[in-house]
Every structure is written in C-alpha cells, then in structure tokens.
Design a protein around this ligand. Structure first.
Ligand SMILES: O=C(O)c1cc(=O)[nH]c(=O)n1[C@@H]1O[C@H](COP(=O)(O)O)[C@@H](O)[C@H]1O
Length: 233
C-alpha cells in the first residue's frame, strides 16, 4: 500500500489549521513547517497529534552539531513521526541530529531525513549562487550518499531525482518529494515539480503536497484527487 500523501499545513494560525482539518473525517499525515511552528509554538504539534494525525515536523535544522543535537533532543519529546535537517550542514551535524533524537525518544525515535537541494532551486541557480560545479542530479546524489553514510533514514528531494537515489542508496532509503502539482496547476515558487502519478512512477516514497490541496476550492476533492493519482487508481 502507498504511504499517505503528506499535507503541508502552511497556515499562519492554529485557527486556520483546525478550519482546514475540520473538513476531513479521516486521519491525515500532515506537515508542520516554519510558518506555523514559529507562530504557534510546540503546542500546535501536540494539539494536531491529539487529533490522531501523523506529523512531519519540517524545521530543516542547519547549525553546528552540538546545537542541532540539543534541539533534536527537545523535538523528539514532541512525539512527531518524521523530522528533517539540511544535508548541507554536513555529516557530523547529521550524526549529531540522530544522536539527539535517540537521546530524546522514549520508545521509537522519529524518522530523520535530510534536505538535499530545495525543490525551488534550479541547476543554474545552484551552480551560480552556491558555486557547486556539478549537475543538480550529481549534487543531490552526493547529498543523499552523505546522508546515508551519516545513518539517516532518507532525504527530501524532487521527484526527478527519486529513482536515481533509490538505485544509489537502496529502496529502503526514503525519498520524500515536495513540489507536487496537479496537471495545469500553478507552480508558484517551485522549480522541480511533478504530478502525484509521476511521483509514483519515478520512485517517491512519500509526496508532500501543500497549496495544490490547501488552496483548492474544495480541499477534500483535491486531496482525494491527489490520493487517486498517487495510488494509481
Ligand atoms: O522539506 C520540505 O518539506 C521541503 C523541501 C523542499 O525542497 N521543498 C519544499 O517545498 N518543501 C516544503 O514542502 C511544501 C511544499 O508546498 P507546496 O509548494 O505548497 O506544495 C512547503 O511546505 C515547503 O516548505
């Protein structure tokens, strides 16, 4: 069975989150990111968890190893299912993140993944601004390899790199892919986008979907359409 699509709750307040969740009579896999977490604080995570939804806490930690370790120890106590860091923080930082998570978890630690190249980045931008003299695919594969060596569970990447990562790092190494759009949908600030059905065909383990659902006229219909395409029905 396919993993549930992860719905990005990119809302500015608790009120808007609950308004959105109220439309659904099933349990979702949701993502709490910077917008919501920085405005509502850790309590919002507990409240969403209490409703029975699974949570990806997307704070993309990127700092010195000791700081990331301590922060992860605290985040582990929130009881989330998935958390992330930036692979660009390096192998030692990722190892420290894992140690912190393990130290802060009572029973099962959350899965830990690392962002490779953001889906809003193009190859040209990466080469010019980050001064990385590689193709985008090579850079993503390099970060995926580094993440695997650090012992993490997988990466965030675009659908377009998912298959190659599975070949390089193994099927069990997760490919979590944002930048998902329905056919003809506005890409907004995303650059490396794909549809849910292409994500299935190209080896994504999880898709992350925000505006294609949250900004839809009928959010439940949009969610169902994403599920239908992702599951291949
Ligand atoms: O880590 C992420 O979740 C993430 C990584 C990435 O490379 N690109 C990316 O879009 N995201 C997140 O995925 C969500 C995508 O939202 P939409 O573009 O509205 O579908 C946002 O909440 C982003 O913060």
């Amino acid at each position: 069975m396919m993993n549930k699509p992860i719905i990005a709750l990119d809302f500015p307040s608790e009120q808007e989150v609950f308004q959105f969740l109220h439309h659904f009579d099933e349990k979702l896999f949701v993502k709490v990111g910077m917008e919501l977490f920085y405005q509502e604080g850790p309590d919002i995570v507990k409240k969403i968890k209490d409703l029975g939804h699974d949570i990806f806490l997307d704070l993309k930690l990127h700092d010195i190893p000791n700081t990331v370790k301590s922060a992860m120890k605290g985040l582990a106590r929130l009881g989330v299912d998935l958390v992330n860091v930036h692979a660009a923080g390096g192998k030692k930082m990722m190892e420290a993140a894992l140690e912190g998570l393990e130290a802060g978890s009572d029973v099962k630690r959350p899965l830990l993944i690392a962002v490779t190249q953001l889906t809003s980045t193009t190859e040209e931008q990466m080469q010019k601004e980050q001064k990385i003299p590689l193709t985008l695919m090579e850079s993503v594969l390099h970060y995926a390899q580094l993440t695997k060596e650090a012992g993490l569970d997988g990466v965030v990447c675009s659908v377009h790199e998912a298959k190659q990562i599975a070949e390089r790092c193994g099927e069990a190494f997760l490919r979590v892919t944002p930048g998902i759009r329905l056919l003809g949908g506005d890409a907004h600030d995303q650059k490396r986008v794909a549809t849910p059905d292409y994500a299935r065909q190209n080896g994504s383990s999880y898709i992350v979907v925000g505006r294609a659902v949250t900004k839809a006229e009928n959010v439940v219909e949009a969610y169902k359409e994403v599920c239908r395409l992702w599951e291949g029905n």
